[in-house]
Write a protein that binds this ligand. Structure first.
Ligand SMILES: *Cc1c(COP(=O)(O)O)cnc(C)c1O
Length: 239
């Protein structure tokens, strides 16, 4: 078995054990394999090991990989699902709308309007998570919690988008109790939005270092990179 296949199996075991520990149904949590900085051959190894959903942060790199992998997955039941999880520049929304199935990092209405306008008619509505900033001034990314309801209502009203839920990247934290406290705040916000009648089904939170805490606090998608593909080298992408 390849190293990536072994790592995938270990990550899936952690997710299954955490679902069980939390008293959640098996399969309640989906694994998004974050393949940024790794080439199409690494993604292909993960595909051959059964993984279908991949997350990318850098637009050109992601689009190149989607094209490279399209030929590798010719039948509909094998179709890969691509999630954009990086910061979005407003002049770069079109390729996101044209190539991806999900976007996790919508934090302003202007971006949502552009994605809605640019989503091709032949494709299903683009699934959207609103990124929420629960770390306050320590983070520049994400909508402030008190802006999320208005933004969620705006996204829900756009026909070419499908509002799915919230995404968060808490500050890295070694202490599991503190990891859980941060994820709990995201879940509480999610539940408030649902109580307001928004039809949300997705809480995108948890990465390699904190996926157990995220699953214990209700994550429905964990975004895991290095635990699957290994340590990243940014040399190629920072030039
Ligand atoms: C890189 C990245 C991940 C994966 O991080 P790991 O620590 O490698 O698991 C998850 N989410 C986002 C938004 C990322 O940029």
């Amino acid at each position: 078995m390849s190293r990536i296949a072994q790592n995938l199996q270990a990550v899936i075991s952690t997710i299954v054990a955490s679902e069980h520990e939390a008293g959640r149904a098996p399969g309640a949590v989906r694994l998004l394999a974050v393949s940024k900085t790794f080439g199409p051959e690494a993604v292909l190894e993960a595909v051959q090991a059964g993984q279908r959903a991949f997350g990318e942060n850098y637009l050109q790199e992601g689009v190149d990989k989607i094209r490279a992998l399209a030929a590798a997955t010719p039948t509909p039941d094998q179709a890969l699902e691509w999630h954009f999880i990086g910061p979005i520049q407003s002049n770069k929304t079109r390729p996101i709308a044209e190539h991806f199935d999900w976007v996790h990092t919508v934090e302003r209405e202007k971006i949502a309007l552009r994605l809605n306008e640019q989503r091709p008619a032949g494709l299903a509505p683009l699934s959207i998570c609103i990124q929420v900033n629960i770390s306050g001034e320590a983070s520049k990314s994400g909508a402030a919690p008190d802006e999320v309801l208005a933004l969620a209502r705006a996204v829900a009203a756009l026909p070419r988008l499908r509002l799915r839920g919230l995404m968060a990247i808490p500050e890295p934290e070694d202490d599991v109790a503190k990891q859980r406290a941060a994820f709990r705040r995201v879940r509480e916000l999610y539940e408030e939005l649902r109580a307001q009648g928004l039809p949300l089904d997705t809480l995108s939170m948890g990465m390699s270092g904190d996926m157990r805490a995220a699953v214990l606090e209700g994550a429905t998608i964990v975004r895991v990179g290095s635990a699957i593909f290994g340590a990243r080298s940014y040399a190629a992408t920072t030039q």
